[in-house]
Write a protein that binds this ligand. Structure first.
Ligand code: GLN
Length: 471
């Protein structure tokens, strides 16, 4: 077997190679930049920080020669989704309404990884404001899947998933409101991790639906993902929703148990059938059980009522006054609001603002919003109840392969329905992960949902699964 090139090796190896002088950080960054150039046609990146990254690498190389003890993320070359703020860099959430907007500050997660000597390589393309499942709703055009460029990469963190899939970086930061890390990770066959709600600060992440949004990580290297999460997690003075008793690494056990819900694997769907077979084949590693779940058909309505409501409120700040784009040639304040928002937002975002405004309007509020909040609580309680007995719930991430870029659904709900397996963990606030595997020569991804504050169990289980069902 030939040694994989350095950029494809685990972070721990890369770090060793840098510290032993086998390679320099500058050479490493240049190799990643070369891959970015050769995969430009996939449209995964919005901005590439070639000069900054090389300059920072040189600086660190020199400091190491001078005896500096580097941070824990030395050798981590990170792509950042275009809805996470980096000081002095443009950030637009792939929306025209944030055209020419430059962030005056770092998001807390960016602050934390930079303090550990990670290098930022660029920002990645996504669906506008994270709204979508295909990374085709972007002002920068669609992201293409690196395995087949006629197919979607998934969304909304499609650029992040492709950036890892094609080896342009070794860690990608994305965001997940209803599956936007796990779904594209599954479509690109790489691991994708969403922390539990309140584990990682959302300060500096452009909000979509604040009680659902979480920043997370895509990486082939689960150990690096764990290390990065350990650095990201924990209280932040700028985000009061971060849990004070945020996950500590409590160590993990060997004898995990998994529960699956038969109803989540519809009979006759070869993709989910195979996913279930893959899960069952893990019975030598995990104790297995089954459970009922009464809420499956309520997941999508509940998710889309609540997220559109929160989005309509969050996106009201884009009015042409404070950020980014302002429609020219207007003669009144109201005309400015209307024209700015009409021209600035894309079709999908406008649709969701209208739906969210509707469910929050007087007369409908109790029938939709309040009802959905109650259902959300019942869903979360059901998940907790299953997890009292088992360590994980195992389910598919997606119900099939990525679709063609040109595909336009007859019915807009079809795409919303494709989120059925991923929205659960956001409705309930539990940590979850998409884990790629191969069973009987066929690739799939398994999703695990873990107990609250037990992110560390997910990393341990993912490593076991990857060893057993090699990618
Ligand atoms: N596809 C889902 C949506 O459009 C999830 C998006 C996300 O997680 N940001 O809302």
């Amino acid at each position: 077997m030939t040694e994989p090139s350095l950029i494809a090796r685990p972070l721990a190896d890369i770090r060793r190679a840098i510290l032993s002088g086998e390679t320099s950080l500058e050479a490493l960054v240049s190799s990643y930049l070369d891959v970015i150039e050769s995969t430009r046609h996939l449209n995964a990146f919005v901005h590439v920080f070639a000069e900054d990254a090389i300059q920072q690498a040189r600086l660190l190389d020199q400091k190491i020669v001078d005896g500096y003890i580097p941070g824990r993320l030395l050798g981590a070359i990170v792509s950042v989704k275009d809805n996470i703020c980096i000081q002095g860099k443009p950030v637009s959430a792939a929306s025209h309404i944030l055209a020419d907007y430059t962030s005056p500050f770092h998001a807390t997660p960016i602050e934390r990884i930079l303090a550990e000597d990670a290098i930022l390589i660029g920002t990645t393309n996504c669906d506008e404001f994270g709204m979508g499942s295909s990374s085709t709703n972007s002002r920068y055009g669609p992201v293409r899947n690196g395995a087949d460029d006629t197919k979607i990469a998934g969304g909304s963190s499609g650029g992040a998933a492709v950036s890892v899939q094609t080896g342009t970086c070794n860690l990608a930061l994305g965001t997940d409101t209803g599956g936007s890390i796990r779904q594209p990770a599954a479509f690109c066959h790489v691991p994708g991790f969403k922390p539990g709600y309140g584990s990682v600060s959302r300060h500096g992440m452009i909000a979509y639906a604040s009680s659902f949004d979480q920043m997370g990580i895509i990486s082939r290297d689960v150990a690096a993902m764990k290390l990065c999460f350990d650095i990201l997690k924990g209280p932040d003075e700028f985000d009061s929703t971060v849990s004070k008793n945020a996950p500590t690494d409590q160590g993990t056990k060997d004898n995990f148990s998994i529960c699956y819900i038969p109803e989540m694997f519809p009979k006759g769907n070869p993709y989910t059938d195979h996913c279930l077979e893959s899960i069952r084949s893990l019975d030598a590693l995990f104790a297995m059980g089954q459970s009922d779940f009464a809420w499956l058909r309520y997941l999508i309505p509940c998710y889309y009522i609540l997220t559109t409501a929160e989005a309509s409120s969050n996106l009201s700040r884009y009015d042409g006054v404070r950020y980014g784009f302002r429609a020219p040639g207007v003669s009144s304040l109201e005309e400015m609001y209307v024209k700015t928002r009409t021209k600035g937002f894309g079709h999908e975002v406008k649709k969701r603002i209208m739906l969210g405004t509707f469910v929050l309007s007087e007369g409908y509020f109790d029938a939709y919003y309040t009802k959905a909040q109650k259902v959300r609580r019942l869903i979360a309680e059901s998940v907790d109840k299953i997890l009292e007995e088992y360590d994980f719930i195992a389910l598919p991430v997606v119900a099939g392969e990525p679709w063609n870029l040109e595909y336009t659904p007859q019915d807009a709900l079809e795409i919303y329905l494709s989120d059925i397996y991923t929205v659960l963990a956001n409705l309930s606030g539990h940590p979850a992960m998409a884990i790629p595997c191969e069973h009987n020569g066929q690739k799939t991804s398994i999703q695990l949902i873990a107990r609250k504050h037990r992110e560390s169990d997910l990393f341990a289980a993912a490593e076991k699964i990857q060893a057993a069902l090699a990618k």
